[in-house]
Structure formats: structure tokens, C-alpha cells
Ligand binder design. Structure first.
Ligand code: ADP
Ligand code: NA
Length: 350
């Protein structure tokens, strides 16, 4: 069977927010203990929605700094940026030929990001999930910690792996690099693992502070909608104070959060930050008013985020350190990706 390997990536676009932290980065940190992990700043993805960026290099360094400030160990594990390893793009091309246009057209994130003028979206935006599948599978990674918003893309990565494994199964056998696995009911000799998403915790999708039905996002025009990793204590308190809520106080049971997305979101954020369950948080705050709960939530958010943003600022003060980490990570990642691409070219028959 496949050796367990964790892979995930974050785009270097805009400020990281609490959704990125709770949905992704915090899980990256926890997974290091018992796994081999590869964490990537996915810069090739950054040009899918917007082609020209003012300071892509600075953004890349800032994500890498956030990883390290949050507790990722770039020596035991791998931290690098995607464009340093050309095999991501090479495998993505093969996957573009494996994936079907209909699969891509069904992606809800494409529909959201492309908006009404779909004909004018970049081809890269449509093919984004194919590159994401390549990011993961160029290491034959088995587990991917992400937010709930990436669930559909991970299912597509499984579909791509499965189609590749089935279409090439005879050739996979002759290369001798395959693994016995079962797809559906059928035993096959496959090359790529069917990745498992790791989407869990009390806040798998952190919602906007202004609208409990939209996810917290870098691209939301309202700065009050999100807490950024680098926000100071005053900003965090202000945004949480202004967070939309309903007129009722907090329920004492989790069931009481049904149909109350804003209350559910704030309790979920508290629970995630405190590493507690929502039920447990409601044991403490149930029956209270938001005017009591919100300052407690702001305190907790500051307690968790302030040390991270301070360390990020320190790391970014001398870019040579981050650059050296990215260079070393890129070299180690590339060695692994090269070995996989050699197999893939052999399997495809080039
Ligand atoms: P993308 O724009 O492709 O979703 P990002 O770089 O914005 O990529 O996201 C990085 C990670 O943060 C992903 O794992 C994503 O699932 C997670 N994430 C982003 N927004 C949220 C959110 N509001 N709640 C939980 N997780 C989130
Ligand atoms: Na996102």
C-alpha cells in the first residue's frame, strides 16, 4: 500500500485570514507529529484569477513565514513554493488530458470565481483543480488537510487518479512501480493513491463575520468580514464587536444553533481556537448575551494570533532566512517529484 504522506498548499494572494488558519494551517501543524508532511505555497495557482500581481515574491515569503510562525518545522518536513518544482506543471498537463471538460465545468468554485462572464475567465482558472491534483499526486501524497471549501476539488483529484490508474493499468504493471489497490469493487494495480481529505473540527468552514452564509474569504471586499492573521488586538476586537448576530442570546445546546448561522459561526470559531467542542463552549456561554461572549472571543483570538503575527513580522524582517528555507525545501521536493515524473513518463510511454 501507499506510504502515508500529507500534502497541502496555500495561495500567495492577499492576507491570510482566520479561515485559512483554522481550516488549514493549524491542521498542518498538528499533522507534523505523526506524518511526513509537504507544505507548499501554491504560486502557480495565484495567477489563475488575476494575472498580474504587484509583489508575488513578498506574498510567497509571507505565506512561508505564516507556516513557520504557526509552528511548521521546515527541517523535519518540507516548505517550498510550487513554481520551484516544475514537475507540478508537467503532471498537470498530463492530468489535463486525463480530466474531462465536464468535470471541470461542474466545479462550484470555478462558477463562483469566474462570475457571470465565464467566457472571459482564464483557461487556468478552469483547469485549477487539475493542477491541484498534480500538486498532491506528484508526491503520491495520501492525505490532504484543507478547509471544507476544497472538498469538491479533492473529489476531482480522486477521479483523476482513478481514471489514470484504470486507463493505464497494463502499463503501470509493466513499469513495476504500481501498488495493488481496490477501486470500487475492482482490484487493480494503480500508480496514484486515492487521496483522503482531512476536513474536520468545529469550524471546517469559517464564515464571513458580516454574512453567516458566505465563507470568510480574502476576496471579500469588506475588511470587516474577516480577521486577518496580522490584525492587531484593537482591529480584532472591533471586527468581532461588529460581527453580525441575531437578537437572541446564546443557546445552551448545540441544537439551538440550527438556523442561526452567525451564532453557529462564532461558537465554532471559539471552539476551534480553544480546541474544545461547540457543546463544551455552550456549557460555559449558553444563555449569555453576545455582548458578553464577543469580548471573550476577541480575547481568545488575540491570545492565539498575536504570537503568530509577531513571529511573522520578525521572520519577514530578514528575507534571506525565508528565502533559504524555500530554496532548501524546493530542492528536496524536486528530488521526490522527479522520481514520480520519471515513472509517469514511462507509464504514459514517452
Ligand atoms: P483557495 O482560494 O483555492 O481556497 P486559499 O489559499 O484561499 O485557496 O486557501 C488556503 C486554505 O485555506 C485551503 O485549505 C482552504 O480550504 C482554506 N480556507 C480558505 N478559506 C476558508 C474558510 N473560510 N474556512 C475554512 N477554511 C478555509
Ligand atoms: Na479559499
Amino acid at each position: 500500500s501507499f506510504k502515508p504522506l500529507v500534502f497541502s498548499g496555500v495561495q500567495p494572494t492577499g492576507n491570510l485570514h482566520l479561515g485559512n488558519y483554522l481550516g488549514a494551517i493549524r491542521k498542518f501543524v498538528a499533522l507534523q507529529e505523526n506524518n511526513d508532511c509537504i507544505y507548499c505555497v501554491v504560486d502557480l495557482h495565484a495567477i489563475t484569477a488575476q494575472l498580474v500581481h504587484e509583489d508575488l515574491k513578498g506574498q510567497i515569503r509571507s505565506i512561508a513565514a505564516a507556516f513557520i510562525a504557526s509552528g511548521i518545522d521546515p527541517v523535519k518536513h518540507i516548505v517550498f513554493n510550487q513554481s520551484a518544482v516544475p514537475q507540478h506543471a508537467e503532471l498537470a498537463w498530463i492530468f489535463n488530458c486525463v480530466a474531462r471538460i465536464g468535470w471541470m465545468n461542474r466545479m462550484t468554485q470555478f462558477k463562483d470565481k469566474a462570475g457571470k462572464d465565464r467566457e472571459n475567465a482564464s483557461l487556468g482558472l478552469l483547469a485549477y483543480p487539475s493542477l491541484m491534483a498534480a500538486d498532491i499526486l506528484v508526491y503520491r501524497a495520501t492525505h490532504v488537510p484543507v478547509g471544507d471549501d476544497q472538498k469538491q476539488h479533492l473529489e476531482l483529484a480522486r477521479d483523476i487518479a482513478q481514471k489514470f490508474n484504470i486507463d493505464f493499468q497494463e502499463r503501470i504493471r509493466t513499469t513495476g512501480q504500481g501498488v495493488d489497490m481496490v477501486v470500487g469493487e475492482e482490484p487493480i494495480h494503480g500508480y496514484f493513491p486515492l487521496v483522503e481529505p482531512l476536513i474536520d473540527g468545529p469550524a471546517p468552514r469559517v464564515m464571513s463575520l458580516r454574512d453567516g452564509t458566505k465563507k470568510m474569504s480574502k476576496s471579500d471586499p469588506s475588511d470587516l468580514s474577516r480577521i486577518n492573521l496580522m490584525d492587531d488586538a484593537d482591529e480584532i476586537l472591533k471586527k468581532i464587536r461588529k460581527a453580525k448576530t441575531d437578537p437572541d442570546g446564546l443557546p445552551s445546546e448545540v441544537e439551538g444553533l440550527a438556523g442561526r448561522p452567525e451564532a453557529d459561526n462564532l461558537i465554532g470559531i471559539y471552539a476551534a481556537l480553544a480546541d474544545r467542542t461547540k457543546a463544551d463552549v455552550l456549557k460555559e456561554f449558553g444563555g449569555q448575551q453576545f455582548s458578553v461572549f464577543k469580548p471573550a472571543l476577541a480575547d481568545l483570538a488575540v491570545q492565539v494570533l498575536a504570537p503568530i503575527s509577531a513571529e511573522m513580522r520578525r521572520l519577514l524582517g530578514d528575507t534571506s532566512h525565508i528565502d533559504a528555507i524555500l530554496k532548501d525545501g524546493g530542492e528536496r521536493a524536486r528530488a521526490r517529484a522527479e522520481a514520480v515524473m520519471n515513472d509517469v513518463y514511462d507509464i504514459v510511454g514517452f
